[in-house]
Ligand binder design. Structure first.
Ligand SMILES: [Zn+2]
Length: 231
């Protein structure tokens, strides 16, 4: 083989390799978690830039129990009006995204659920977060009673997720009233839903938004996120 031919072959290989890279619809985060585009994202969303930003926001060790990210609109998203889910050690996230910031929120939220599973003992053994959460729920129950909402009172003392209670908060009470009543008490109406969501919304606040505000509103949660962040 002449040197000239060899170079041509090398050029060819390099060219087809680059073409392969360009065509393939996957990116990675931390070089280890692959993101697969099953359903096309809107053109104005650059997945690589989204993943890069997440790498800069979240310590890598908090993602160790995530195998893959699938950009795919699952049927269950419509049924439960959610955008993403963490299951089977993977994050599934809808391709219907308004902008990169929304997509980052969704992915970080699901990273929170996976990190919560990984660090259950460190987070919950002393029950400080549970006490903080249920104390806030009790305060909210008083506020709702004053507004004439007296259903599901027993559910306020249960930190686990319940579809009936979720629907009650979301549809019967409604998020606008809930938002107004929980100013300075919960970070968002959704964080009232369950202990898991209280944790995940706090995690988002800590890493994406206003760490100092989380410390002010939910000091116990803040302390534990600080702990697992520096593990
Ligand atoms: Zn969640």
């Amino acid at each position: 083989m002449s040197v000239k031919n060899r170079n041509n072959i090398e050029d060819y290989i390099l060219e087809s390799y680059n073409k392969h890279l360009k065509d393939r619809k996957e990116e990675t985060i931390f070089g280890s978690i692959t993101a697969y585009i099953v359903d096309e994202l809107p053109e104005h969303i650059d997945l690589q830039s989204v993943l890069k930003k997440i790498e800069n926001l979240i310590p890598e060790h908090l993602t160790y129990s995530i195998d893959a990210i699938y950009i795919e609109h699952l049927e269950e998203f419509d049924n439960r009006s959610v955008n993403a889910v963490y299951k089977n050690s993977s994050i599934y996230i809808t391709n219907f995204q308004d902008d990169e910031a929304d997509m980052i929120d969704d992915i970080v939220h699901e990273i929170a659920h996976s990190a919560e599973n990984m660090f259950k003992k460190q987070l919950y053994a002393d029950e400080n977060i549970q006490k903080e959460f249920l104390g806030k729920r009790k305060r909210l129950l008083d506020l709702l009673r004053q507004e004439g909402y007296t259903e599901y009172e027993a559910a306020f003392n249960n930190a686990d997720y319940s579809l009936a209670f979720d629907t009650y908060l979301h549809q019967t009470v409604g998020y606008p009233l809930l938002r107004a009543l929980t100013q300075g008490l919960f970070l968002s109406p959704y964080s009232v839903t369950s202990l898991r969501e209280y944790f995940a919304i706090g995690f988002e606040e800590y890493f994406i938004r206003d760490e100092a505000y989380l410390r002010k509103v939910s000091p116990q949660l803040y302390e534990k996120i600080e702990l697992i962040a520096s593990y």
